[in-house]
Design a protein around this ligand. Structure first.
Ligand SMILES: [Zn+2]
Length: 415
């Protein structure tokens, strides 16, 4: 049984460099084996490995080992996690939800640093070791949320890796001043630039996309654009995004989140859009939305070779109380809403919550092979498909070869 590291500060203790996991099954490999973790990487894998003196031991018979989960589309700055229950009250339209959020957050006056810390600790307890989070930037709040999340990221180094997207939640062209704030956030450490419904929110797709791609071109950052606009409107926006991706040489650096329109157009139109996605290596994020919304045909996209990833989206916030930051459960929801019952379908959903997100975040050494980062998750399950279906308790979560959560609890004290 693992004893886990004592807690003495803001990062996991590094006095012990060896950890041995005994008798676990690795996703994608037959049989069980030991995993020797040394200095933050998977140093050896095989049956009956001899443990170094003083190595921490985890007896993991009956467990499946997965790479740490990747939540590559979150909004940790505006969660209500840890506060009193907030009954949902926003209207049905996207604009209603944005306006309601601004009103409620202004009333509550919560600290983005504290709220985001609360949520990432919960995410870590559920096995998420890497997260791309969108962070609101806009003329009403300036860079307050962004600075809060930057501080939180610094305080959690070594526990969870975060990539920040400067995100214009209140629009770009309709909210003068936003472009300057977005560019400032990129200068101050945002790795990714966000966008939002260039047509539906801004009514100026050329204006928004030209401006965002110009910033990305100047700073060499990636783009991740929220696109809720439906059907033909969304499809036309995809063409504009692809055109600019090509013109600025940003192939492989652009993602489109939600992309509902891919599930709403005719088959022939879909094939045209898939060709554009492949030609420009544009990745698609879907979190399998609740309600009747049609969303991208994930198996078809995967079969065509489109890069896919997923995330929690907003967790217990003014947009919805339903998302909970659990990426194994998210894989289940993707499978459930997509009608996946076979193992390849269930594993596709899990790949979106692991390797797909890792690829989009540009993680090096992600996986379960010798030499990979020792960012791992142990659950009681026979196969990855079973883990998706039942999303069982997270027995151990390891980051850099150290236990950071055990039995569903993060080893960091409460934020
Ligand atoms: Zn989102």
């Amino acid at each position: 049984m693992a004893t886990g590291p004592p807690f003495h500060g803001s990062a996991p203790q590094r006095t012990m460099n060896d950890l041995m996991i005994r008798g676990a099954r690795r996703w994608g490999h037959a049989g069980s084996s030991d995993l020797h973790l040394r200095d933050g990487v998977v140093a050896a894998v095989g049956p009956g490995l001899s443990a170094a003196p003083g190595a921490e031991l985890i007896e993991a018979a009956g467990c499946l080992v997965l790479p740490g989960l990747v939540d590559a589309h979150a909004h940790v700055d505006k969660t209500l996690w840890g506060t009193a229950w907030h009954p949902h009250q926003a209207g049905p339209l996207l604009r209603d939800k944005i306006d309601n959020e601004r009103r409620v957050l202004a009333q509550l006056g919560l600290s983005p640093a504290r709220q985001s810390a609360r949520l990432v600790r919960h995410m870590l307890a559920r096995g998420t070791t890497h997260c791309r989070t969108h962070v609101d930037v806009g003329p009403d709040i300036g860079l307050k949320h962004f600075h809060g999340v930057l501080a939180m990221r610094e305080a959690h180094r070594g526990w969870i890796d975060l990539q920040l997207v400067a995100f214009p939640q209140t629009g770009v062209m309709v909210a003068p001043g936003t472009l300057d704030l977005l560019e400032q956030a990129v200068r101050e450490g945002a790795e990714v630039l966000g966008g939002l419904d260039p047509m539906g929110i801004d009514h100026d797709p050329k204006g928004q996309l030209d401006a965002l791609f110009a910033i990305a071109g100047r700073h060499g950052c990636e783009l991740d654009i929220h696109l809720h606009d439906p059907g033909a409107l969304g499809a036309a926006t995809f063409e504009m995004i692809a055109e600019r991706t090509k013109a600025l040489g940003l192939k492989g650096k652009v993602a489109v989140s939600h992309a509902f329109c891919l599930g709403q157009v005719e088959p022939a139109r879909l094939e045209q859009l898939v060709a554009l996605l492949l030609d420009n290596d544009i990745a698609i994020m879907s979190h399998a939305p609740s309600g009747p919304t049609l969303f991208p045909p994930l198996r078809l996209l995967a079969e065509r070779g489109v890069r896919l990833f997923t995330g929690s989206d907003g967790v217990r916030d003014t947009w919805s109380p339903l998302n909970n930051g659990d990426m194994l459960e998210r894989a289940y929801l993707i499978a459930y809403r997509s009608g996946f019952r076979d193992d390849p379908g269930l594993e596709l959903a899990l790949r979106m919550a692991t390797f797909g997100g890792a690829q989009v975040m540009g993680l090096e050494g992600y996986g379960l092979e010798v030499g990979c980062m020792a960012d791992l998750l142990l659950v009681e399950a026979e196969t990855a498909a079973e883990a998706v279906c039942f999303h069982p308790a997270r027995l151990w979560v390891l980051k850099g070869g150290k236990v950071v959560a055990r039995g569903g609890r993060c080893l960091l004290p409460e934020a």
